[in-house]
Design a protein around this ligand. Structure first.
Ligand SMILES: [Fe+2]
Ligand SMILES: [Fe+2]
Length: 168
């Protein structure tokens, strides 16, 4: 997944999130599987950086996108096995992530909206800002891509083998 590591060399992006990435509360996300084939930290960085790149193109608040994108899944339980009486995982975990994020850093209104509304579609409240829509859509895309990654790699390997056999 080399293309997903571009963020490590993007100084502009790193200037926005390096203080958060250095925090143990964020690094701890590496201990949790998110979408079968990725850790929650990998997923959060992917959502943050991809949303940041799109936000740049659209001239949006990229600081809010990068930071809230990184913190949007700041929770520490296995969502497959832990259930809550208060509501579904889609409803509960953005609220837990917001609570945890507020302990790490001061959040702007846009950052708060990005985190609390990132499950829009599965939950009812509409995002207030275009930045929130970008992160929510990228989150959906990343979840699917991460889940499908091994299958995609197998297909590409088969296609590569077929190309060799056919002499192309
Ligand atoms: Fe989430
Ligand atoms: Fe997510």
């Amino acid at each position: 997944m080399e293309k997903y590591r571009r963020w490590q060399h993007d100084q502009e992006y790193l200037a926005l999130v390096s203080d958060l990435l250095a925090k143990p509360e964020v690094q701890r996300l590496a201990d949790f599987t998110q979408h079968h084939h990725s850790t929650r930290l990998e997923h959060s960085i992917r959502v943050s950086y991809t949303s940041y790149m799109i936000g740049k193109q659209l001239h949006l608040d990229v600081r809010a996108i990068a930071r809230a994108g990184l913190l949007h899944d700041l929770f520490y339980y296995d969502w497959r096995t832990t259930k809550f009486d208060l509501g579904t995982h889609a409803y509960v975990h953005p609220r837990i992530a917001l609570h945890n994020a507020e302990h790490l850093t001061k959040l702007s209104p846009v950052e708060r909206d990005i985190i609390i509304k990132h499950m829009w579609g599965a939950t009812l409240a509409l995002p207030k800002y275009p930045e929130s829509y970008v992160v929510s859509l990228v989150d959906d895309y990343a979840a699917t891509a991460e889940f499908m990654h091994p299958w995609r790699m197998r297909m590409l390997a088969k296609l590569g083998a077929a190309t060799v056999v056919n002499g192309k």
